[in-house]
Ligand binder design. Structure first.
Ligand code: PLP
Length: 398
């Protein structure tokens, strides 16, 4: 076998030192050595559930059983960890499975602070699954980092924040919240789903762990459900590695391949998502049927300055409120043609939804309830004029 510079050891990274390369290069190469047997440039989908051992307890290449470790998952984990600037990455079967693994750091009686605007499924997981197991929570306005101090109790262990948030696009200052939480002895978890590591690097801003719904921009094509946690904290990494194997909510090799494939075009997709979302937000801002546009790229957005500082682009998500209330919002949601009425976000096709009834229904009646005149759109990468004309047509029905 030729001594290929990318190495014949499947556990070796695609680069000697991925940190020497830029984001886009790492997205394509990190963790993905050329196949040493064939020279294939694409990491194979390896379906094997078990791996041969040289002697009892001595696996040939470090792999034993696919729940514990799988070569396709390994490549994906190395690649995305590199993109987040993390020492460790762990892939899970969904974003919520990834969140669950992280929340399992909390014991009964421990308390977590979460933003008062967050993905409804996160709230449900914290309040109804971990809540039933004795973990307590409080929703606070994380736009004011001092609110973290005010809400802190001796049992508080973790601050969970999303930025920009789903669905209100609220921007949280990661550095300032992390400074307060660390001073008080807690850890900070950032859900980086909306921004992606291309636009925002939470670990560099002081977060202890980053979680993702890889179902969204990372996969990018609405064809895979996945989740991820990245961290450089060895204690958190040890916990995640244990839970990943002990609980087993792992993605299959084909799912890992799909996200790994999505990562390769993340940068170019995000550039287009950002450009089109900015144009859509501008367009909606001048529309008489729209009472308010929520997009961090707009100068009037309350989080615009923080977003400008901590993000390299404002993302592809836009929310807006309708002057005509809930009825108008529901009419608009069902009237688009290019924007598909559907849950989820972050893929090449544009989507529209009514969060109050759809993605955030589980937050109804709680501090995280969203306004019923709110529409959330995920701006895709179709022809911009088609997107603007589609929204205009739909708004005319409201
Ligand atoms: C911000 C955010 N975090 C986490 C999740 C959960 O991810 P998944 O649906 O992959 O379990 C979602 C899903 O919409 C989300 O929007």
């Amino acid at each position: 076998m030729a001594d290929h510079p990318m190495g014949g050891d499947p556990l070796r990274s695609g680069f000697e030192d991925p940190d020497d390369y830029g984001f886009e290069t790492r997205a394509i190469r990190a963790g993905q050595p050329h196949d040493p047997r064939t020279g294939a440039v694409v990491t194979p989908i390896n379906p094997s559930t078990t791996f041969a051992q040289d002697a009892v307890g001595e696996p040939k290449f470090g792999y034993e059983y696919a729940r514990t470790g799988n070569p396709t998952r390994h490549a994906y984990q190395e690649c995305l960890a590199s993109l987040e600037g993390a020492g460790h990455g762990f892939a899970f079967a969904s974003g919520l499975a990834a969140e669950d693994a992280m929340l399992r750091m909390l014991a009964p009686g421990d308390r977590v602070l979460l933003g008062d605007d967050a993905y409804g499924g996160t709230f449900r997981l914290i309040s109804r699954v971990h809540g039933d197991a004795g973990v307590r929570h409080a929703a606070v306005d994380l736009t004011d980092p001092e609110a973290v101090r005010a809400a802190w109790t001796p049992e508080t262990r973790m601050v969970w924040l999303e930025t920009p948030t789903n669905p209100l696009l609220t921007v949280i200052d990661i550095e300032r919240v992390a400074a307060v939480a660390h001073e008080l002895g807690g850890i900070v978890v950032v859900d980086n789903t909306f921004a992606t590591p291309y636009l925002q690097q939470p670990l560099a801003l002081g977060a202890d762990a980053v979680v993702h719904s890889a179902t969204k921009y990372l996969g990018g094509h609405s064809d895979v459900v996945g989740g991820f946690v990245a961290t450089s904290d060895d204690r958190i990494a040890e916990h995640l590695g244990f839970v990943q194997n002990a609980v087993g909510a792992v993605p299959g090799p084909f799912d890992c391949y799909l996200v790994l494939r999505g990562l390769k075009t993340l940068a170019v997709r995000m550039d287009r998502h950002c450009a089109s979302a900015a144009a859509v937000a501008d367009h909606l801002s001048g529309h008489p049927r729209v009472s308010r546009v929520l997009y961090p790229g707009l100068e009037g957005h309350p989080g615009h300055d923080v977003a400008t500082r901590q993000m390299s682009g404002f993302g592809g998500m836009v929310s807006f409120r309708l002057a005509g209330g809930r009825e108008a919002a529901e009419k608009v949601a069902v009237s688009t043609e290019v924007f598909t009425l559907a849950e989820s976000l972050g893929a090449v096709e544009s989507l529209i939804e009514h969060p109050g009834v759809m993605t955030h229904a589980s937050a109804a009646g709680s501090a995280l309830e969203v306004p019923d005149d709110l529409i959330r759109i995920s701006v895709g990468i179709e022809t911009l004029d088609d997107l603007l004309a589609d929204l205009d047509r739909a708004l005319a029905t409201a």
